[in-house]
Design a protein around this ligand. Structure first.
Ligand SMILES: C[S@@+](CC[C@H](N)C(=O)[O-])C[C@H]1O[C@@H](n2cnc3c(N)ncnc32)[C@H](O)[C@@H]1O
Length: 216
């Protein structure tokens, strides 16, 4: 099923780079936070890379990490590759197709220092979200970090009229999806054996939920 999303009309550059407005808006804040908290070395696995805008910016800002962009949709590989080429960053590996909601990928990717996912959890069911978190925990090396960015409910409530309307439009399209409560997500992280940190406030009422895999 194709969801109707505010960013569905991403522009396309002559070299094949697609440009999602939301990624333009949040990339700097995500970069600045990850520069502060992410491991400085090792492999970084990005789930649901979409256009590839984030991995291009992050690979430049965190050059000690070896970045692996992925997405469920093979049609996104060309744009991710075009963004990687434009960034000129030697630490971006070729994109791979990966459905984060299908169990089994975590052990195959172990060990990675960072798993990042931006703006996906509200678009998938609770079952897919829980699988993603459990598999990410399997993929992480001891001391590694899971970083989950997006819009979340707080105490079961949306933080603005715009968020409530977007959440409602998602649930109208598919009752199984929609905003997750950040406390539920932190609970799923803990069930997966990770230690959630305090949520990081991000622009436009969004949060970055960070969780660490213990060193021992
Ligand atoms: C709203 S876009 C976000 C893209 C990018 N992270 C960003 O913030 O610009 C959602 C992305 O999730 C991908 N996606 C959806 N379900 C997925 C899944 N189960 N596993 C991996 N990627 C998925 C879609 O193909 C799409 O690229």
């Amino acid at each position: 099923m194709t969801l109707r999303l505010p960013d569905s009309g991403a522009a396309v550059m002559p070299d094949g780079r697609r440009v999602a407005p939301s990624a333009l808006r949040n990339a700097d804040a995500i970069r600045d936070l990850l520069k502060r908290v992410a491991p400085s070395q090792g492999r970084a696995l990005e789930l649901a890379s979409g256009t590839g805008q984030h991995v291009a910016a992050l690979a430049q800002a965190l050059p000690g990490l070896d970045w692996h962009p992925t997405d469920r949709d093979g049609a996104n590989m060309a744009s991710i590759s075009a963004w990687a080429a434009s960034a000129g960053a030697p630490n971006i590996r070729p994109p791979q197709v990966l459905d984060a909601g299908v169990p089994g990928w975590g052990a195959a990717w172990h060990p990675v220092g960072l798993v990042l996912v931006v703006n996906l959890l509200h678009l998938v069911s609770e079952g897919v979200a829980r699988t993603l978190i459990a598999e990410a925990a399997q993929a992480l090396a001891p001391g590694g970090m899971l970083a989950v960015y997006g819009p979340f409910l707080r105490g079961g409530v949306a933080t603005s009229d715009g968020d409530a309307a977007f959440d409602g439009s998602l649930r109208a399209q598919d009752p199984a999806i929609g905003y997750k409560d950040f406390a539920d997500v932190q609970g799923w992280m803990a069930q997966a054996g990770l230690d959630p940190r305090a949520p990081e406030a991000m622009p436009a009422n969004n949060l970055m939920l960070l969780a660490d895999r213990r060193k021992t």
